[in-house]
Design a protein around this ligand. Sequence first.
Ligand SMILES: CC(C)(COP(=O)(O)OP(=O)(O)OC[C@H]1O[C@@H](n2cnc3c(N)ncnc32)[C@H](O)[C@@H]1OP(=O)(O)O)[C@@H](O)C(=O)NCCC(=O)NCCS
Length: 205
Amino acid sequence: MLAPGWPAVLADGPVTLRPYHRADARAWSEVRRVNERWLAPWEPTPPGSWAELNAPSSFRYVLRELRRSGRTGEAMPFAVVYSGRLVGQLSIGNIVRRAFCSGYAGYWVDHRVAGRGITPTALALVVDHAFHAGGLHRIEVNIRPENTASRRVVEKLGFREEAYHPRYLHIDGAWRDHVGYAITAEDVVDEGGLLARWHRVSGRT
Ligand SMILES: CC(C)(COP(=O)(O)OP(=O)(O)OC[C@H]1O[C@@H](n2cnc3c(N)ncnc32)[C@H](O)[C@@H]1OP(=O)(O)O)[C@@H](O)C(=O)NCCC(=O)NCCS
């Protein structure tokens, strides 16, 4: 049986979200390796060297785990493609159903395309998808207080700041505090969804 909302392809203008393919190995490795200094401060502490873990040959293990988590309904792991180029990732993970119907969003983009609104567009697409085909009710994003770029993403989309979690996740070598943001389906229903809200507030059509 397929997990609700997975697999899927979502698009808005030049931004497309889709499952990873085997053929992404080289592009994935290039973008991950070029962005080590940009990404490492915000990612779970890696269990080995960045170059090795992000080599083209490692991609099949990454892909196997992403596919497994998508198939079982634990996650919706999307590759982010911009004007035809693989530039990042946006995943809903830690999906819990029953009375919770909630998941955590995590994301990154290549520093060479930062500041173009790719991530808010991608997050709005995925949240709307998660609330409809995915059958979820709530999406949470946890961000280190000093990560102003990521906090701007959720603030521009109108997520609610709900919590402060001391020593919440093991990121870049230590247990780091996080600010908890969330959005529920009711928050955007009157506006026709989060993408419609993002188009309105950003002036994008
Ligand atoms: C956080 C991140 C995903 C935002 O993606 P994005 O597609 O650039 O998002 P936006 O275009 O909306 O830009 C968000 C903010 O980044 C900052 N920014 C803009 N251009 C930038 C650039 N060239 N370099 C660095 N930061 C920039 C601005 O503060 C911007 O907010 P503003 O629109 O109010 O000016 C991206 O910065 C990233 O990948 N960072 C490293 C990984 C990370 O932090 N992941 C999230 C962990 S919680």
